[in-house]
Ligand binder design. Structure first.
Ligand code: AMP
Length: 284
């Protein structure tokens, strides 16, 4: 496994791989690796000859009051994990390598960030778009793997891939969970014991709503509000829980047959923000 700290180095190593005719899969991460990430590594490995993992805590996707400084950083143990999962190249640049002081351009998102996490985290998805656009240009992989856990991120990056003609095969990996249903996240480390105990409540609420929808409820608003009240009573602060169109990411009040929806939620437990979602495929 080769560890590259600069863009020149990683470009040289990638060119060597490609000159041997090998296909390259990319998995962008912010490190603090867990099974959610390694599942993406393994999926990338199944679909490509060599996997590049990037590890970079991207400053442009953190708001001024968010956890950029305290975000867990553990490069040494991350590298061990990468080795175990047969990563060929780790690209771990520092901030100065990825961003110059002067900034004259920015990418704007038209409408896919109006709702869900976009409305409560202004600038977040522009920051994600910027860094992944850079990574796509630097690595020029054949395919890239992202997690369903951050489904809005995947949908926006998928549009970027199409609209900016990157021509990369985009794979969305399913949400990886702990036994009690909590989606794995580097931020779970912030939860107190008590918060960790109730944290799976978000997924349980989503599962309950999903079940009702699958058994015929077409206007889930009232039921969602009821689930929100129950979560609030347990100590959650709700950012949003709703059904959204799979194509436009706009909230949908009345569900119709044969359409695909995202049932998604974001909540706070103390100072920790948790997100989760379930895909509702083609209703009967
Ligand atoms: P992050 O390091 O949080 O930026 O995540 C890097 C990639 O791992 C993103 O594509 C995430 O969607 C994905 N990921 C993180 N946690 C999970 C999880 N529990 N299940 C599936 N994918 C995940």
């Amino acid at each position: 496994m080769i560890v590259c700290r600069t863009i020149d180095d990683v470009r040289r190593e990638i060119n060597t791989l490609k000159s041997k005719g090998l296909s390259v899969g990319l998995v962008p991460t912010m490190g603090a690796l867990h099974k959610g990430h390694t599942t993406l590594f393994d999926i990338a490995g199944e679909h490509s000859d060599a996997v590049v993992a990037s590890i970079f805590v991207n400053p442009t996707q953190f708001g001024p009051n968010e956890d950029f400084d305290s975000y867990p950083r553990q490069l040494e143990s991350d590298l061990e994990i990468c080795k175990k999962h047969k990563i060929s190249i780790v690209f771990a640049p520092d901030k100065g390598e990825m961003y110059h002081e002067a900034k004259f351009l920015r990418i704007e998102i038209d409408s896919l960030n109006e709702h869900m996490c976009g409305s409560s985290r202004p600038g977040f998805f522009e920051g994600v778009l910027l860094i992944v656009n850079k990574l796509f240009n630097i690595i020029q992989p054949h395919l890239a793997v992202f997690g369903q856990k951050d489904i809005q991120q995947f949908m926006i990056l998928n549009r970027m891939n199409e609209e900016f003609n990157h021509g990369i095969k985009m794979i969305m990996a399913p949400v990886v969970r702990v036994n009690d249903g909590l989606a794995l996240s580097s931020r779970n480390a912030y939860l107190s014991d008590e918060e960790r105990y109730i944290a799976p409540g978000l997924y349980r609420a989503l599962q309950f709503i999903e079940k009702q929808i699958l058994s015929g409820v077409r206007e889930p608003g009232l039921m969602i509000r009821h689930q929100i009240s129950e979560l609030e009573a347990k100590g959650f602060k709700i950012d949003y829980i709703n059904t959204f169109s799979h194509t436009t990411l706009q909230p949908v009040n009345t569900l119709v047959q044969h359409e695909k929806y995202i049932l998604a939620g974001a909540v706070w437990l103390g100072s920790t923000r948790l997100i989760d979602n379930i895909l509702i495929e083609s209703l009967q």
